[in-house]
Ligand binder design. Structure first.
Ligand code: NAD
Ligand code: TYD
Length: 389
């Protein structure tokens, strides 16, 4: 039995996790009524808490609406009384904490909100979990109080940047965050660790590499590139395009989190990745190839997206433009995922080319999801970030 609070469930990874979880843990019982006795209540419960910032989107949760056991609450993770009330009234035993400000470029132009949400917000959640789950528990006994789990979703960016010949990030690699985003996530990881060590909260942390897949806001490289290419604009590539990331399909990330919830050790940290290091230019080229394939197989796409370079059969060189580099741009991330593989039997299942093809297909089929996101705020962000040209 699991009764989950999923923070940030209307964001990219959170929404994918909600759908993944509901599909794999269906609650066949109808919604509980107040007069039901406890044993007649639905066993599985999934409550999303999301503040619906620019990155949160109710539409991403549409497939979950009406599923037994699912509830959406609009609210802020910094609102400790609200979190405590939800944990109590819904009898929740698990927090899966995705909510965060997540975009490195935004953290460079406006770091304050990253500290507020990622550090203060995580601390508010930890305080709420401690108050509800550890009330009456004596001291730092892992798992003391009521049975519970607090899973914190973090990033490989806390470890800093690697040289091309350096070994991949291991769970014991010293923290060396380089952007305000990475620093705020690092600070939140330390708080989670401290709440385990000091109060015995049953925590786990996962540090994952770059995700891609459905429902990703078009500010991160892959969905931004898709939206640009479909609109007939070149993909802006920072610097020389040789920065390396380890790309993981979001469904494989969700499977990793599920394994950690089910079998991970309280207090443990798990790196999640897929041995899939790619320079940015290669990612953009593969995306162009996947779009070309889709347009070649389906002539109707050229009518739906007449400006798309794939529709015009544009030359490779026209499809990206080198732009000013990101300040402090980390050169390379790579994940050593041996711990989660050996301890929990984890394997990433979706190969990169296949994952990109699926992602391209999803964005082609869900223009109704991404088109409304490209409004005035988005255009202003684009102008501020990339200039007019
Ligand atoms: P996202 O930006 O797409 O979504 C963040 C969600 O959090 C949004 O729905 C937003 O509305 C919500 N949110 C923001 N502030 C909130 C607040 N104060 N209270 C409640 N909700 C709030 O982010 P994502 O890419 O889905 O990332 C989710 C988590 O995974 C983050 O913690 C991020 O650090 C981590 N992560 C992301 C990646 C990646 O590649 N995207 C990789 C590793 C780890
Ligand atoms: P991003 O998707 O922002 O993720 P992160 O910064 O967390 O790794 O960026 C992935 C890589 O792509 C990173 O090296 C920066 C680069 N990038 C570009 O070259 N152009 C862009 O427009 C964006 C958004 C990112």
């Amino acid at each position: 039995m699991a009764r989950l609070l999923v923070t940030g469930g209307a964001g990219f990874i959170g929404a994918n996790f909600v759908h993944y979880w509901l599909d794999r843990h269906p609650n066949e019982r109808p919604e509980a009524r107040p007069q039901d006795r406890p044993q007649e209540r639905p066993q599985e419960r999934l409550v999303v808490l999301d503040a619906l910032t620019y990155a949160g989107n109710r539409a991403s949760l549409a497939p979950a609406a009406g599923r037994p056991g699912f509830r959406f609450v609009e609210g802020d993770v910094r609102d400790q009384p609200l979190v405590e009330r939800l944990l109590r009234e819904e009898e929740l035993d698990t927090v899966v904490h995705f909510a965060a400000e997540s975009h490195v470029d935004r953290s460079i132009s406006g770091p304050d909100v990253f500290l507020d949400v990622n550090v203060v917000g995580t601390h508010a959640l930890l305080k709420a979990a401690r108050a509800v789950w550890l009330a009456g528990a004596g001291g730092p006994t892992p798992g003391g109080g009521r049975p519970h789990r607090f899973h914190h979703v973090s990033t490989d960016e806390v470890y800093g940047s690697l040289g091309l010949a350096d070994p991949a990030f291991h769970e014991t690699t010293p923290y060396a965050p380089n952007s305000p985003y990475a620093a705020s996530k690092a600070a939140s990881d330390h708080l989670v660790r401290a709440y385990h060590h000091t109060y015995g909260l049953a925590t786990t942390i996962s540090n994952c590499s770059n995700n891609y897949g459905p429902y990703q806001f078009p500010e991160k490289l892959i969905p931004l590139a898709l939206v640009k290419l479909l609109g007939g604009e070149p993909v802006p590539v920072y610097g020389d395009g040789a920065n390396v990331r380890d790309w993981l399909h979001v469904e494989d990330h969700c499977r990793g989190i599920e394994l950690i919830l089910e079998r991970g050790q309280p207090g443990a940290v798990y790196n999640i990745g897929s041995d899939n290091e790619r320079p940015n230019l290669e990612v953009v080229r593969l995306l162009c190839g996947a779009l070309d394939e889709a347009f070649a197989a389906e002539p109707a796409l050229a009518r739906r997206f007449p400006a798309a370079l794939a529709a015009a059969g544009g030359f490779e060189g026209e499809r990206f433009a080198f732009v000013r580099d990101r300040p402090g741009h980390d050169r390379r991330y790579a994940i050593d995922a041996r711990r989660i593989r050996s301890e929990l039997g984890y394997r990433a299942r979706i190969g990169f080319e296949e994952g990109l093809r699926r992602t391209v297909r999803w964005y082609l089929d869900h223009e109704d999801w991404w088109r409304p996101l490209l409004g005035r705020d988005y255009r202003e962000w684009m102008r501020a970030q990339y200039g007019d040209g």
